[in-house]
Design a protein around this ligand. Structure first.
Ligand SMILES: [Zn+2]
Ligand SMILES: [Zn+2]
Length: 342
């Protein structure tokens, strides 16, 4: 049974399941426009997810063939996975921020071995033991699972400009951090329930009621720029807090209000985490050693291989921030590199 919710004012959402994932579902939002409905995100590319999406549309008197366009908050497969299939079934355009389109293009074009050797090199440089790196060298092909080739968008999202949607005022707010091209979509119209505040915000993975989104590094084999994704994320949080939307419609969990309070919680969480890391960095540590000592949702020995890789990238994004703030620095000549509080 497809679960669709009507939020009023021509906005509905469909809970599209994510197979074998603790997040459970993606909330695909449907926005009516004078040119036909558009989707904000589409869900994971899986037969059951597709059925839920199409049945959810039918249950509300629309069909997937009528979809006019797809606006993607970011390139992750639980958001962008079904975009290609929606386009094939409807002729809809797909819009994405250029920084995430670049990631999609790279994923489509680079041979999987390139990615695995890049990650193996990065992890070794971060101090990962050979036992962690070796499986990456042996397992090329993971990223070319059938159905997981992301669709190339055909429109570019320009932050700050109204999207070309007849009858609606929808504007992208660039919120890099979780990914380099993550956007929130601000529906700059009065709230249908007259909740006080500034319209409604489709927040993707940027602002969720009960989850802190993963902030790692923007892994890009072709880019040697020292980016600061955690710094980007914290800036993006403040931007969304200042917008003060009346209601937030995230891509997971459930809608909520009081964005400034949630933003304050997340800023405090990251401030406390950075302080905790500084206490650990009284002795020099590699990013891997730091990840081992950080607090996760389970003890380090119980964390599976793929999640350890993600944990190390999260440790590195925090180190980047501390270095940028002048609170930590790399120990000259250390190999693999270690960092120490200053
Ligand atoms: Zn995501
Ligand atoms: Zn997500």
């Amino acid at each position: 049974m497809a679960q669709a919710y009507d939020h009023g004012g021509g906005v509905r959402s469909i809970r599209v399941p994510i197979p074998d994932n603790p997040l459970g579902h993606t909330l695909v939002h449907v926005l009516d426009t004078d040119a036909g409905p558009i989707l904000i995100d589409t869900g994971w590319d899986d037969p059951a997810s597709w059925t839920t999406l199409t049945e959810g549309l039918t249950a509300r008197g629309t069909s997937v063939a009528e979809i006019h366009g797809v606006v993607v908050t970011h390139h992750h497969p639980d958001h962008h996975g079904l975009s290609g299939r929606v386009r094939e079934s409807s002729g809809a355009w797909i819009a994405m921020h250029p920084a995430d389109t670049a990631v999609v293009r790279r994923t489509r074009e680079a041979p999987p071995e390139r990615w695995f050797s890049y990650m193996a090199g990065k992890l070794t440089a971060a101090g990962a033991p050979e036992s962690h790196v070796a499986p990456l060298r042996k397992a090329p092909g993971h990223r070319t699972l059938p159905g997981l080739t992301p669709a190339l968008p055909d429109r570019e999202i320009v932050p700050g400009e109204l999207l070309d949607l007849p009858g609606r005022r929808l504007r992208a707010v660039w919120t890099p951090g979780h990914t380099p091209g993550h956007v929130c979509l601000h529906l700059d119209e009065e709230h249908p329930g007259r909740l006080p505040g500034n319209g409604r915000l489709f927040s993707g993975d940027h602002l969720l009621p009960g989850i802190t989104p993963h902030i790692g590094l923007y892994e890009d084999p072709d880019d040697t720029t020292l980016t600061d994704p955690l710094g980007d994320y914290l800036d993006s949080l403040e931007r969304v807090g200042r917008l003060a939307p009346a209601e937030i419609l995230p891509a997971h969990q459930h809608p909520f209000t009081d964005a400034p309070a949630r933003v304050a919680d997340l800023l405090a969480h990251h401030a406390a985490r950075l302080t905790g890391l500084l206490a650990l960095l009284t002795t020099p540590l590699t990013p891997w050693q730091l990840a081992e000592r950080m607090t996760w949702n389970r003890p380090w020995p119980a964390i599976p291989h793929s999640s350890r890789t993600i944990a190390v990238s999260e440790a590195e994004s925090h180190l980047r921030r501390l270095v940028k703030l002048g609170r930590a620095e790399a120990v000259p000549g250390s190999d693999p590199v270690t960092y120490v509080a200053v």
